[in-house]
Design a protein around this ligand. Structure first.
Ligand code: BES
Ligand code: MN
Ligand code: ZN
Length: 497
């Protein structure tokens, strides 16, 4: 998709559809008014006739515009004439693109960045147009032998007044970078587990590094991880015929002495549960257990595209978790890279095992902060559903910064406590720690487990089990939390300059 900014008035543009907003009670946005004049009062007469009321989510597509060079008009309802809430602005954008997607058109011009949105500037409004449109236009077609619902739309023009053009361009660049990062994350996640293996993910990181001078990828294999003593990560991989990989993707946008932000993404390309086998129903969705890793790659791509003046390091431990004669078993005791020993009580609590060694490995980068993201616990779905990601961490400033970024990015998080009382649930009679904390507070005890390996830096954990993909008829990856993380990086870059 090609997104551009245009400073000419919308009624002069040659796009296949001109898309403008209208409010209830016959109030028109400036562009709708101009279009009304250009069409000899057509828009007002339709509203007066009651063909469209202007309520939020109302749309009316005019396929013919008499006595005019204008091909088509899409009216989009914005509700009462007042600043839209952020959520309603995104809803209006979603209803617009839903119509444009179905109409058999190649190009569209959209003026919705002109309407007032609470606490939002032009940069943000333009960014949201690109993000919402790109989200709705995403299709996973790689594995279909025949694609019958291709979308012809390939050109979107966003209109804005001339004096705001620089802000508009910033918004456009951010929107495109975030949207493309999310698309990459969704695509990798939607790939089936027989294609998207640990080796495949590693190859994608190498390919990404080839496309950007500022990105550099390194892959550690089993032998190298053995040398480092990554006993927890390797134990998870033992049950699989697919060799594990530890992917490092470094982005250098600042000088070498500037401490990096480290992002760690769980890259479990299929989680069958191991010897503690998961039930069959819905097990296909465990191909999504690498969404954290995919989001790390998408975020690094966005950082590189935006040339942010910071250093970021992405780490993705990639493995399968399968049952096998050589798989790790409940009662096994592992020695992690940190030296701490772990008693396995359930092999399905594997995410924390591959993450704990990666957290220890992160120390060598002398990180400013470490943020991990993982589809870690089903308990997170029970606690928070599919709306916010769970946030836990050992540093209030970092958690606060992530909450602020999540609000700007419309990629919500909710903080849960990481109190020392919960560590009681992780005590083992035979080792330093057990790998499950019992039935209570599963999201918190999983994070508490990780906290034992994050003692030497400021750290936050995002549990994205409920937010990384949708289930049911709209099954598919969401690309979250790429928008949140990219916003956090943008804010950090901004604070620095
Ligand atoms: N990948 C799963 C978590 C998960 C489950 C994400 C369902 C999304 C939907 C993780 O590896 C897992 O299996 N966790 C167990 C932990 C338990 C054994 C303590 C869980 O949540 O059931
Ligand atoms: Mn599991
Ligand atoms: Zn898992």
């Amino acid at each position: 998709m090609n997104y551009t900014i245009e400073t000419q008035p919308i009624e002069t543009l040659k796009s296949d559809v001109l898309c403008v907003g209208i409010y209830t009670n016959q109030h028109l946005t400036a562009s709708a008014n101009a279009l009304n004049d250009a069409t000899h009062g057509l828009i007002r007469s339709l509203i007066e006739r009651g063909d469209i009321l202007g309520k939020l989510n109302d749309t009316l597509l005019l396929n013919v515009v008499p006595n005019s060079h204008i091909e088509r008009i899409l009216l989009v309802g914005l509700g009462d004439q007042q600043a839209l809430s952020v959520k309603n602005y995104r809803k209006a954008l979603a209803s617009a693109i839903t119509v444009l997607k179905k109409a058999n058109i190649k190009s569209a011009a959209i003026s919705l960045a002109e309407c007032d949105v609470e606490k939002a500037d032009l940069t943000w409004k333009i960014r949201q147009i690109v993000e919402v449109f790109s989200d709705k236009l995403y299709q996973f077609t790689q594995c279909k032998s025949k694609v019958d619902d291709t979308i012809p739309l390939n050109d979107i023009v966003i209109t804005t007044s001339d004096n705001q053009c620089n802000d508009a361009k910033t918004g456009l660049a951010q929107g495109i970078a975030i949207a493309e990062g999310m698309t990459l994350a969704k695509h990798l996640a939607d790939l089936p587990a027989n294609i998207c293996t640990p080796s495949y993910l590693a190859k994608q990181a190498l390919t990404l590094a080839l496309s950007y001078d500022s990105l550099e990828a390194t892959i550690l294999d089993t032998a190298e991880m053995e040398k480092l003593g990554m006993g927890a990560l390797l134990a998870v991989a033992r049950g699989s015929r697919q060799p594990p990989k530890l992917i490092t993707l470094e982005y250098h946008g600042d000088d070498k002495n500037s401490k990096p932000i480290v992002l760690i993404g769980k890259g479990l390309t299929f989680d069958a549960g191991g010897i503690s086998l998961k039930p069959g129903a819905g097990m296909d969705e465990m191909k999504y257990d690498m969404c954290g890793g995919a989001a790390v790659l998408g975020t690094l791509q966005a950082a590189a595209q935006l040339k942010l003046p910071i250093n970021v390091i992405g780490l993705v431990p990639a493995s399968e978790n399968m049952p096998d004669g050589d798989a790790n078993k409940p009662s096994d005791i592992l020695t992690s890279m940190s030296g701490k020993t772990i008693e396995i009580l359930n092999t399905d609590a594997e995410g924390r095992l591959i993450l704990c060694d990666t957290l220890t490995y992160a120390e060598r980068f002398q990180p400013d902060v470490v943020i991990d993201l993982a589809t870690l616990t089903g308990a997170c779905l029970v606690a928070l559903g599919r709306v916010p990601s769970g946030l836990l961490g050992n540093d209030d400033v970092l958690c606060h910064d992530l909450i602020a970024a999540s609000e700007t990015a419309c990629d919500s998080v909710w903080r849960l406590p990481l109190w020392e009382e919960y560590q009681e649930q992780l005590k083992s009679n035979f080792a330093d720690l057990v790998n499950i904390g019992g039935k209570d507070a599963g999201t918190i005890t999983a994070a508490c487990f990780l906290a034992n390996f994050a003692e030497n830096f400021r750290w936050a954990h995002l549990d994205i089990a409920g937010t990384a993909w949708r289930t049911g008829s709209a099954k598919g990856a969401t690309g979250r939390p790429v928008a949140l993380l990219t916003q956090y990086l943008i804010n950090r870059a901004h604070a620095r300059t």
